[in-house]
Design a protein around this ligand. Structure first.
Ligand code: ATP
Ligand code: MG
Length: 726
């Protein structure tokens, strides 16, 4: 028996078929825990190992930075390659990278900065103020939602339809906001995508470059792509590239951010997809959990339809806890977590999920008082904290003084006597001259027209910082900024400043670590942006993501949205009440309830061994007591799978996986006595084109396994198969 390829070992037939598909576009449509992400990662490894492509010849798109990192870790454990420099990341991350490489063609400054959500909101407020728009009639958050959804649809202000006065006004604000961003050389998250899409569409040579390069494009969580992301993929896919999309329509939970399940059928049509592989075996959960998930989702009408089964056995019943109130619920969870720990379950393998962020406060409080370490994903992350953002704003100004958002954040922080009046004058001057605030300040200061002492001091400070920053290491820049700006001194005088000082120091550490990490990177033309800009970008992208600090074990707290794609030994879903989950807003939205149900399906399918569902008869939320009744989703679970008010069960201990150290280089898989290399494309008279997957048997009756794409996997006797190399 020839066993060349332990990469493929342990895959089931369908998975094997998906992993080894020829160079065609394919859709892997499968339910939760069926190994989609594993198939996608294994395919990357297989394509590289068999020499069908190199690590630089493919692009992999995932949903969060965390998922991308995980994918690279898994990859290096399968294959000793250097994954640095690979194009694997989120849509935003990858677009950002392309824009950096072609900033000129994209009409952006070399050092353009990314606005995170909070920055974007404040930028919109500024535009509205200049335009004298009533922010009660046009709440800035709604305006932001409007602008982002236009961008997600690929629409600019001059292409979007407006039917009445209200929408015309929105369009006007959108236009003015875009102009302001261009003036300041900044881009919000949605802009990264749209700008990159427009770049590829407008510049045929750049498009051709990437099309030639990325012959294999792999996309995880395809069901949650929005219109623009799909169009972007379509451009990169061109006429010839293979797009390998992996998804589950039942897990589409980002409709509120423009996700379109319809992309799946468009994809099949646009790319003439003949290979739709369905994976039906679930490897994650025991059958009680899986059956519950299947039962819940079967109440949805618009489904593509899949069956999921597992050979794992029934496992433990799903535990349902009816709490008296929210404190009782939290206490129950704490008790169970303690018990699980005693049984040997690692804290990091336990997740506490909730539908809305606001629910986490009471849970956090109880965990804190019980001394259980926990980590909140998607809360106020390090880079979102005010003092860190202040320091970053100074760094941004050093890189690009025309960044008005950064300037406004710190022009008078720490306070230096620049009053609202001088600020207004400055803004007026910038408006009249259609220039940035910095330009307005530097033009006028010399002439003494605007010159307030504070403003002079500020301009001198920034210039001084620019001088100081010249030629020193990133970590030193960060350190210089925190002291020279006066931030350190400011917080030292503040009674509650201790944490903030810690965070500023941590920022210096982060900068030092970042430059070390980057020195290991191979620099090339595409990564030409300077280190500080890269660091600032990293900060903006991380702030928008759900990134945990590395280090000690902690219970994982997160919203259901943030849990997508992850799995845990034990999962608690709290607040399973009408109005909370399904969320009350769902009742008002078209398809809202079905989206909530998919969200519940995602939540339930995160659990490998044990699942708890709890609800409270009353709880404090947003400062009000509300009385809850159990969620309809609980009724959708067959009673025989559940156990009400649990007794203490015995759980098995749980061991973590092995480790691996990576070496650069790709191992050859060729074997001299075989006529075709693994991964070689061949033609067969009847089945058409296929790819060689493996060999079986010995020299006298050697069989070859070939993946013929739509015709499936075939094992053929080499002697009679009459295969032709292509
Ligand atoms: P989700 O829809 O939640 O993203 P998924 O379809 O991406 O799930 P994976 O995360 O890839 O599923 O796999 C779920 C679990 O099953 C993982 O722990 C994975 O290692 C395991 N698994 C997948 N395929 C196999 C297999 N053939 N044999 C054993 N374990 C497997
Ligand atoms: Mg997955």
């Amino acid at each position: 028996m020839y066993s060349e390829n332990n990469l493929l070992q342990g895959l089931n037939d369908k998975q094997l078929q998906a992993v080894t598909l020829p160079h065609v576009s394919a859709l892997i449509l499968a339910g939760a825990g069926s190994g989609k992400t594993r198939v996608l990662t294994t395919r990357i490894a297989w394509l590289i190992q068999t020499g069908q492509t190199s690590p630089m010849g493919l692009m992999a798109v995932t949903f969060t930075n965390k998922a991308a990192k995980e994918m690279l870790t898994r990859l290096t454990s399968m294959l000793p390659i250097n994954t640095r420099g690979m194009w694997a990341g989120t849509f935003h991350g990858l677009c950002n990278r392309m824009l950096r490489a072609h900033y000129r063609e994209a009409g952006l400054p070399n050092t353009f900065q990314i606005l995170d959500t909070a920055d974007q909101l404040s930028a919109i407020k500024r535009v509205m103020k200049v335009m004298n728009v009533d922010d009660e009639k046009y709440p800035p958050k709604q305006v932001m939602g409007y602008i982002n959804s236009c961008k997600e649809e690929g629409l600019r202000a001059h292409t979007v339809d407006a039917y009445d006065g209200h929408s015309q006004k929105l369009r006007e604000i959108y236009d003015a906001y875009d102009q302001q961003c261009n003036r300041e050389g900044v881009a919000d998250f949605a802009e990264l995508l749209l700008r990159c899409y427009e770049l590829l569409e407008r510049e045929p040579h750049i498009r051709a470059h990437y099309q030639q390069r990325f012959q294999y494009i792999l996309v995880d969580e395809f069901q949650d792509t929005n219109r623009l992301q799909y169009l972007w993929l379509k451009l990169l896919g061109g006429a010839h590239n293979s797009i390998f999309a992996v998804g589950d329509d039942d897990q589409s939970i980002y409709a509120f951010r423009g996700a379109r399940v319809g992309n799946m059928s468009d994809f099949q049509r646009d790319f003439q997809v003949q290979n739709i592989v369905k994976l039906e075996e679930n490897y994650r959960s025991h059958s009680n959990i899986l059956d519950a998930a299947n039962a819940i989702i079967s109440n949805n009408q618009n489904r593509l339809g899949k069956n999921l089964w597992t050979s794992a056995g029934k496992g433990e019943p799903i535990r349902i806890y009816d709490a008296y109130n929210d404190t009782d619920e939290a206490q129950f969870i704490v008790d169970e977590v303690n018990m699980l720990q005693n049984e040997g379950v690692a804290l990091g393998d336990i997740a506490l999920l909730y539908r809305s962020n606001a629910q986490s406060r009471i849970l956090e409080h109880t965990l804190f008082s019980s001394n259980i370490p926990y980590r909140v994903y998607g809360g106020l992350r390090f880079f979102e904290r005010a003092e860190v953002k202040h320091a970053l704003a100074y760094m941004r100004l050093i890189g690009n003084a025309n960044d008005d958002t950064a300037l406004l954040r710190i022009i008078n922080f720490p306070p230096r006597g620049i009053g609202a009046r001088s600020l207004e004058q400055l803004q007026e001057a910038a408006r009249q001259n259609e220039c940035s605030l910095w330009q307005a300040a530097t033009n006028k200061v010399g002439e003494g027209k605007l010159g307030s002492k504070g403003l002079d001091g500020f301009v001198a400070l920034i210039r001084h910082m620019v001088d100081q920053a010249y030629g020193i290491a990133l970590g030193e820049v960060a350190e210089m900024v925190t002291t020279v700006s006066g931030l350190m001194a400011h917080y030292q005088n503040d009674k509650e400043g201790e944490d903030r000082i810690e965070n500023l120091k941590e920022l210096v550490t982060a900068a030092v670590a970042f430059s070390k990490q980057d020195l290991g990177n191979h620099h090339n033309m595409e990564e030409d942006a300077d280190l500080m800009t890269q660091f600032l970008n990293h900060a903006s992208l991380e702030a928008g993501d759900h990134q945990a600090d590395v280090g000690h074990e902690a219970l994982q707290l997160m919203t259901v949205h943030a849990a997508k794609g992850l799995e845990f030994h034990t999962v608690f879903i709290s607040g399973v009440e009408e109005g909370l989950f399904p969320h009350e807003q769902a009742a008002y939205e078209n398809g809202g309830l079905e989206e909530e149900r998919r969200l519940m399906y995602v939540a339930v399918t995160r659990a490998r061994q044990r699942l708890y569902l709890s609800y409270a008869q009353s709880r404090m939320l947003h400062g009000q007591v509300r009385y809850g009744i159990a969620s309809r989703f609980l009724d959708e679970i067959p009673a025989e799978l559940t156990k009400r008010l649990n007794s203490k069960p015995v759980a098995k201990s749980y061991a973590a996986g092995g480790q691996y150290t990576a070496k650069p280089g790709v191992p050859p898989v060729a074997h001299s006595s075989y006529p075709f290399k693994i991964g070689q494309s061949v033609r067969h008279g009847k089945f058409g084109e296929g790819v060689v997957v493996s060999y079986e048997g010995n020299a006298s009756d050697l069989a070859v396994k070939i993946n013929f794409g739509s015709a499936g996997l075939k094992t053929l006797m080499l002697e009679y198969a009459k295969l032709e190399k292509i």
